[in-house]
Design a protein around this ligand. Sequence first.
Ligand SMILES: [Mn+2]
Length: 349
Amino acid sequence: MEMTFRWYGKEDPVTLEKIRQIPGMKGIVSAIYDIPVGEAWPLDKIKELKAEIAKHSLELSVIESVPVHEDIKIGLATRDKYIENYKTTIKNLGEAGIPVICYNFMPIFDWTRSSLDYELADGSTALIFEEDVVDKMDPLTGELSLPGWDSSYEKAELQTLFDHYKKVDHEKLWSNLEYFIKAIMPVAEASGVKMAIHPDDPPFDIFGLPRIITNKLNLERFIKLYDSPNNGLTMCSGSLGAVPENDFPEMLRYFGKKNRVNFIHARNVKLSGTRSFQESPHLSETGSIDMYEVIRAMKDFNYTGPIRPDHGRMIWGETGKPGYGLHDRALGATYLNGLWEAENKRRKY
Ligand SMILES: [Mn+2]
């Protein structure tokens, strides 16, 4: 595995200088944040980002994310223009030598939580999802707003999007995804770029919008849309592991052996209901996911790709972007490296 860390660019209070000092850190997961969704990423901007990271002796290992325009997900006639731009972006990223692109196919909302600073018993704060709180939220009225959702949509635009999605059920979303995948994958193959779709977070419908990248059956259906190692997955333990019916280590091993795991997010969650959870420290005993089993699964298919500690709590008085402080994610990276070293050595002796 290649240990990586997400970096939000020059505005990120967690600097490349700090990230480089985490033991065993090899790569950076980042993106270009000032290009409007749907536009092609210019090659010179990609090269600039890569050079900035290289100055700190780190690799730009993964782009997370190249966002997919809503018109593609809804299936509007305008999608073809945005798909062409997406193909150009993949081609340019390949030319710059970027091996992996993470993206998702969630309608309107990316990850969703009911609170971003819930105080855990030890005094740290974490992101949590409580089903009964989220059920009372209405993104359109804004009476209970969605925390941390950095969208540029105005209320009117949001209403228009919701109206469009009234005609998009699960099967329609699948066919729109298939259309997109079949269009972009030949370009990804020719460019040497591995695509890694991120599961829906959380992995079930919210606000009446369909979600389809949610469980083993659906991941299997997804990889069959286009039979190529370039059409792969981001296996995110915190997203898939947020529902009790998903056995994350088993799923990881299964898709890893099929050579479809192109990126891994490691994060623990403590389930507090069938559709409620708290983000917990990476350590197995603090959450519902056995992180040693995750590492064992990775070893079973000899994973050599990138992994990053996903969200962390805010600890030791740190403030910043919820889920993306330095300290707890650095602890996570160190813990994962420790498990990996131990498992590697155990198998040699
Ligand atoms: Mn993730």
